[in-house]
Design a protein around this ligand. Sequence first.
Ligand code: ADP
Ligand code: ASP
Ligand code: MG
Length: 407
Amino acid sequence: MALIVQKFGGTSVGDLDRIRNVAARVKSEVDAGNQVAVVVSAMAGTTNQLVSWARDIGPMHDAREYDAIVATGEQVTVGLLAIALQNQGVDARSWLGWQIPIRTDDVHGAARIDSIDTTLMRARLASGQVAVVAGFQGIAPDGRVATLGRGGSDTSAVALAAALDADRCDIYTDVDGVYTTDPRIAPKAQKLERITFEEMLEMASLGAKVLQTRSVAMAMRHNVNLQVRSSFSDAPGTLVVNEDAIVEQEKISGIAYSPDEAKVTIQGLPDKPGIAAAIFGELADNHINVDMIVQSAASEGQRTDITFSLGRGDLDKALEIIGGNKEGLAFQGVDSKGDVTKISVVGTAMRSQPGVAKTMFETLAERGINIEVISTSEIKISVLIASDYTELAVRSLHSAFGLDSED
Ligand code: ADP
Ligand code: ASP
Ligand code: MG
């Protein structure tokens, strides 16, 4: 007998028939003699609708009220799935974050899980009852509901699997595994049988939303046995594993893209200590995350340009902050672009293979795609390009790195 955590995403619980289908999948694990905790998302589209209502009623809203609104989608699906299971003769009950409880920090809207008390749930699981758990939510120290950031049900599932010391955590979604790139924009993408935690972490943080980044980090830390598979077929999925489980990696693993990026260049800054600290310190104080940063010599004398990328949603705020400190920073001008995409090539094979950057830059150049900013780490190279070229860049790189499927 094993203890299994299953997680079903928005499309998988998108209507009542699909919820019945999920119940049947849960039932088959129960019938096989396993203890099962199921984490569910809101029905596809629901959270987007809730977020837009919260924004429309007040753009500068109270984050605690935002959470009160957006956490409701999962409350509906846990109740529906519990009933569907009961109707199929399976003992089941729903659990909201606060009922378990899943305790989080106080960062409403993007909270981190601090602890999960599994005492009550373990007793119920041991008695044969299925736990149907609302993903994406917990309870903050102020006693109010907190949500975990978009895509957060993956993290709820992995955290629950770690807390319960589960034998497996299966993430059921609308694709049958992790692919070499998003199969929706590259039809020649191939399913990976295995991917390392490290590569999956990079892929997720660089835009592959098949798993929320935090869920991968947590699975890696707690050594959770993690698998991504389809809700709609029995095809084998993708295992996320430690690096030593993969023998020799010759190819890069994948191409990720993150479409909602923006770029800012501050021109003609005085070239002296403390300038970068002043700019990025102020942005950080205003909760703006900056990603790639490049500093280059300006054409005239003792001046320099700094270019950085950030989430498109933060662009206006960042420009306002920088513009408001023109005298303090003594720069000459600011230029910005709101329609850029970050494209990344990811793979541990890069450690032992020179020439990945060369292939990447040449491929983009052959297609006439201009690279605006570059950044690298040990196992990835990212570039910023004009958004119009996203699909062309992803497909061309996929091909250039030998990842295309045969048919
Ligand atoms: P869920 O609602 O089940 O959580 P998501 O929409 O969050 O599903 O994530 C699944 C989607 O991730 C897929 O439909 C696919 O378009 C996208 N995706 C992006 N990159 C990849 C990749 N490398 N492999 C698989 N899917 C990817
Ligand atoms: N429903 C939430 C979202 O859409 C959480 C999730 O689906 O993982 O972001
Ligand atoms: Mg998701």
